[in-house]
Design a binder for this molecule. Structure first.
Ligand code: PLP
Length: 405
């Protein structure tokens, strides 16, 4: 008799965004004529750049000719893309990453969820809290996290690293041993950044305690402040303790195309085994490579024209973020983030928790955001607004928020 993987039963009933969708749908059913302004889920709204679309067409046309047709892609990615990434994302910033240390994937969500497979079942997991939920759910499905306290909204077997305004959303080093640490900067959901000196402390800590950092840099392209690190490998010693995840989703509007990559340095060795070799072995067994056409489109992002066009889109979103932040400041609502990332982390109005703020804003301003508590215990008291909207939606939402507070 077959049985289900009982770990799935440990997952909390509702994924955050499903619950939001459910509440919004219920509201719309009751109020069909009201326009709901969505600043909730962080999907891009601008179309792909001209350069990317042109390359997509070229790559599609190649598939009609016997000499340029491509079947299965290499499971680690095509050399043309890996070489360009090594040059443009790393060498240009003074970081040496070899193309073989870059593994192309269909996006950072898969990599963030799958990477835990490389670690032992008893690995102690630590996450910056509030947290991108994938880091936790994937470890629940793998059986590392079993004891969820629904009343407290926290896992007893997970080490939470609280991030709040008093530590400017950069957590303190853990007091007890942890094995796998998930950090994300620029941060989702808080929009916060980490300085190179702060990140260096984490790298030193990981090397000293033989922990591994999973550094999620999905929002790296939003960094405007030239002093901030774009990659964890800008820190000394990171190659022996860190894996970095990157994504084309928010950087170049690839949420629908699907492309990302994972960096595992050769020097990252655990129990005498290279994690890069393990990951290549894993991908070889479970993944058949990101499509050629999409990898070509990804390569086009790095062309001069491609860079210029994608930067324009990012600047547009950052302008949205500034408008939201200025709007909140004008009504004296405390807000963080938005300067080097596409998210605004608003402090809830006095006396309201995150879901109360959600319901209030939906009902009174018809604005949908994301309750901070959905991202972890330290998210309670906050509310995430996403800057990935059409300008008109953003302006209407700010106006509406101003009117109800
Ligand atoms: N990591 C973080 C922190 C994210 O916020 C997201 C998407 O929202 C991802 C990873 C997933 O990116 P992708 O679209 O490449 O799967």
């Amino acid at each position: 008799m077959a049985h289900i993987n009982a770990n799935f039963k440990n997952l909390p009933a509702s994924y955050l965004f499903s619950e939001i969708a459910r509440r919004v749908k219920a509201y719309q059913n009751q109020h069909p004529s009201i326009e709901v302004l969505r600043l909730g889920i962080g999907d891009v709204t601008l179309p792909l750049s001209k350069t990317v679309v042109t390359r997509l067409h070229e790559a599609v046309d190649q598939q009609r000719l016997i000499e340029s047709f491509r079947g299965y892609a290499p499971e680690v990615g095509y050399d043309f893309l890996k070489q360009t990434i090594a040059d443009q994302d790393f060498k240009k910033r003074g970081v040496v990453i070899e193309p073989e240390e870059i593994i192309i994937s269909d996006g950072a969500k898969s990599d963030a969820a799958n990477i835990q497979e490389l670690f032992s079942a008893d690995a102690v997991i630590a996450v910056g809290d509030p947290v991108y939920p994938v880091y936790i759910d994937s470890n629940v499905m793998a059986g590392r996290l079993k004891n969820y306290d629904a009343a407290l909204g926290r896992w007893h077997d997970l080490v939470y690293l609280p991030m709040n305004s008093s530590n400017h959303f950069v957590p303190a080093l853990p007091a007890a041993q942890v094995d796998l640490i998930y950090l994300c900067y620029p941060n989702n959901p808080t929009g916060a950044t980490i300085t190179k000196a702060e990140l260096q402390e984490w790298v030193n800590y990981a090397n000293a305690t033989k922990a591994v950092i999973i550094f999620d840099a999905a929002y790296e392209r939003f960094i405007k402040d030239p002093s901030l690190p774009h990659s964890i490998y800008e820190c000394e010693g990171a190659k022996t303790c860190a894996i970095e995840l990157r994504s084309f989703s928010k950087a170049a509007g690839f949420t629908g195309l699907r492309l990302g990559y994972c960096v595992i340095p050769r020097a990252l060795i655990l129990d005498g085994t290279s994690l890069l070799d393990l990951w290549i072995r894993r991908q070889g067994s479970k993944y058949n490579g990101a499509p050629y056409i999409i990898q070509q489109a990804g390569e086009a992002v790095y062309s001069e024209q491609g860079q210029r066009e994608t930067q324009e889109a990012i600047d547009f979103y950052l302008d949205n973020a500034r408008l939201i932040k200025d709007g909140l400041a004008s009504i004296h609502l405390e807000a963080y983030g938005g300067d080097n990332g596409p998210y605004i982390w608003m402090k809830n109005p006095e006396g309201m928790n995150s879901w109360e703020t959600f319901d209030y804003l939906l009902d009174k301003a018809h604005v949908v955001g994301t309750p901070g508590s959905g991202f972890g215990p330290s998210g309670e008291g906050y509310f995430r607004l996403s800057a990935f909207g059409q300008r008109e939606t953003i302006l209407k939402a700010i106006q509406a928020i101003k009117q109800v507070f």
